[in-house]
Write a new protein. Structure first.
Length: 391
């Protein structure tokens, strides 16, 4: 027996970060994915389905460069070219927009869902195979487009039942615009950038030179939107940096007007994980869940200098953590010999049926064994343990 168990364990063993998803979780996840996508489709976003694997050169172009160290690579035996398994779907949608749909009218709204695979897990999520659901709004440089993608992300999560949502807004180009006026050796500039990322005010004061007062004020202007915007308003900034903050203010006003009860926080100097973003970026959170529900922001599709886009990606593993466990399935057990037209009528009415494949002595016991909650008996659906018609 022990040898049999050992063999079963060996066959069930999967690589770290990969797992089987069993009933009812797999069905619940599939249902939620379709619900999330349907909500984006309702806003005019059209679904695309890129391949799981494609040539490395296109997969790592533009925004894909940020995923280079997370991509599984393999040789295509047909073309003898290197291929990669996608680690993020945004770059694939960007490729589709800039090639196959290059001549489609702008703004172009696309949405997607699918698995991604990464070489390493992140600190908050041990999974390396994940499911993403997202949307991209391509071809509009307006603040209204930034606000739309944030609001669609919020509404999409709410449609799945996620509560206690908040959004954290960032401006990844802001610090580079300030540092563009700093004359420092590259090693000192790298140390300063690292200190800003750590939000180490003492180190920024020591390393920042003439821009240290600006940087420390930016670091301090983090938190709820009203206080943060007030702190940001009086900072003397280079023109590019001021334009980035003016855009932030505009987007915050648009989002707050549409969602007055939404908790909005600002983190104007945050850049980690948003290196390829060229404008407003954001993270979505839910109360009681550690880690992001999703993130998004503005970028250039595949580095195209003539086009801009903004979008969001939701992480299904985190979405599922924010929701109750899937409910027990409601299924009707149809004993052996039940006419097919009877079970067909039940399914047409939205019921799930489980057909008995052989006669049994105790129908109720067999129904429970098959994880059913009711039985088809005498032309009626009878709940197990009840005697009334539940149809």
């Amino acid at each position: 027996m022990s040898d049999t168990l050992t063999e079963l364990g060996r066959r069930a063993l999967l690589p770290a970060g990969l797992r089987d998803i069993l009933p009812p979780s797999a069905g619940n996840e599939a249902r939620l994915i379709e619900l999330l996508v349907a909500r984006t489709v309702a806003h005019g976003y059209e679904r695309v389905k890129p391949p799981l694997i494609e040539f490395e050169t296109s997969l790592l172009e533009g925004p894909g460069a940020a995923t280079s160290d997370r991509v599984f690579r393999l040789m295509d035996p047909m073309s003898q070219r290197m291929m990669g398994v996608r680690a993020d779907m945004t770059v694939q949608v960007a490729r589709i927009a800039s090639t196959r749909l290059k001549n489609a009218p702008r703004p172009l709204r696309l949405c997607y869902s699918g698995e991604v695979l990464r070489t390493v897990a992140d600190q908050l999520n041990p999974e390396r195979e994940m499911v993403q659901v997202g949307a991209e709004l391509i071809g509009s440089a307006t603040a209204e487009a930034d606000a739309e993608i944030i609001l669609v992300g919020i509404e999409t999560l709410r449609s799945a039942g996620v509560k206690g949502l908040s959004v954290d807004l960032m401006v990844p180009p802001l610090v580079p615009a300030v540092l563009a006026e700093v004359v420092l050796p590259s090693s000192d500039l790298a140390r300063l950038r690292a200190a800003i990322d750590r939000k180490d005010i003492a180190a920024v004061e020591a390393l920042g030179g003439a821009v240290a007062p600006v940087l420390t004020r930016l670091l301090a202007a983090t938190g709820p939107k009203d206080a943060a915007l007030s702190a940001l308003a009086g900072i003397d900034l280079p023109d590019d940096a001021r334009a980035a903050l003016d855009r932030l203010t505009h987007v915050v006003d648009l989002v707050a007007a549409a969602e007055p009860e939404l908790a909005i926080t600002l983190d104007p100097v945050e850049n980690r994980g948003f290196e390829y973003h060229t404008g407003i970026a954001f993270s979505l959170f839910a109360r009681g869940v550690r880690g992001e529900m999703g993130r998004g922001g503005r970028y250039r599709p595949n580095g195209d200098p003539t086009e801009t886009a903004t979008g969001f990606t939701l992480y299904m593993e985190m979405v599922l953590q924010a929701l109750p466990a899937p409910a027990k399935r409601e299924a009707v057990y149809a004993p052996y010999g039940t006419p097919r037209e009877s079970t067909a009528a039940l399914r047409a009415a939205g019921r799930v049926t489980v057909q008995g494949l052989e006669p049994v002595n105790d129908i109720d016991a067999e129904a429970r064994r098959q994880r059913c909650t009711s039985v088809w008996r005498d032309g009626k659906v009878i709940a197990l343990g009840a005697s009334e018609d539940k149809r």
